[in-house]
Design a protein around this ligand. Structure first.
Ligand SMILES: Nc1ncnc2c1ncn2[C@@H]1O[C@H](COP(=O)(O)OP(=O)(O)OP(=O)(O)O)[C@@H](O)[C@H]1O
Ligand SMILES: [Mg+2]
Length: 234
């Protein structure tokens, strides 16, 4: 198993208030899975994936990644495993506006200690992979929303992450552009075996996954394979 959560509970402390955001989460994700997560706003989706993506380790219970718990690891170790293992894609792209596309996409590689010179061909390859060759000298504002999301996916890919976490990656995109972005994720999953954990509010988008999890008030209420209509998309 790549990811295994066992009896995970999480609480947010707001002054005297103790709010339980995750309730007895039991979840196993295998290598190569494409998992969609749906649930109403405030259900705890982002809290869950922050934990899976090593952004947060304030939880009770057990999270094993490749069989190892990092709950008590140092901040440095956690940052290293995050940089090496996870690619993040967000709704609002989170590109650095004053930087070129090249500078945005090379960032995780430079953090990892690579030289700009060594990073450049890897960046160009990632940009080609997401359908944006010859764009490396542009800045984000010169690109459309869909193109900016492609850049964000390229940035998530340069490290060949074990898994990609995408939190509402199509939330700011129109239907046609959403479909194009989802096809990139689907191809990555099918052709390269990249494990994908996708959060979405859009039932249509969730169908790109192989498995759908529903979350309500911090608890998993359904965990089922995606069947039926899905085949029209694949
Ligand atoms: N740092 C925090 N401190 C306190 N409460 C928080 C914190 N982050 C989130 N919450 C609360 O936890 C609950 C779940 O938040 P979370 O962001 O995980 O929901 P979500 O399912 O991702 O929602 P959305 O679909 O709107 O993104 C919400 O009620 C939120 O207000
Ligand atoms: Mg969220």
């Amino acid at each position: 198993m790549l990811i295994e959560l066992k009896a995970v509970n999480k609480y947010y402390q707001n002054g005297a208030q103790n709010f339980q955001v995750l309730r007895d989460i039991n979840l196993a994700i295998d290598r190569g899975e494409f998992l969609s997560i749906m649930g109403p706003s405030g259900a705890g989706k982002t809290s869950l994936i922050n934990l899976i993506g090593f952004i947060d380790r304030q939880y009770e219970g057990e999270y094993l990644f490749n069989g190892t718990s990092y709950q008590k690891a140092s901040d440095n170790t956690l940052a290293r495993i995050r940089n090496r293992s996870v690619g993040f894609v967000f709704q609002n792209f989170k590109l650095i506006g004053n930087n070129t596309i090249l500078e945005n996409v090379e960032l995780p590689l430079l953090y990892g200690g690579m030289t700009k010179r060594a990073a450049k061909p890897i960046v160009e390859q990632a940009l080609t992979r997401v359908g944006l060759p010859n764009s490396s000298q542009k800045i984000p504002s010169e690109l459309s929303g869909g193109q900016q999301q492609r850049v964000a996916i390229a940035r998530a890919l340069v490290h060949q992450p074990k898994f990609i976490i995408a939190d509402e990656p199509t939330g700011a995109l129109d239907t046609k552009t959403s479909a194009e972005i989802m096809q990139i994720f689907r191809d990555l999953n099918r052709n390269e075996g990249t494990t994908i954990v996708l959060v979405t509010h859009d039932p249509q988008v969730s169908l790109y996954g192989d498995r759908l999890i529903k979350i309500l008030d911090g608890a998993i209420t359904a965990d089922e394979p995606v069947v039926g209509v899905q085949h029209a998309l694949r």
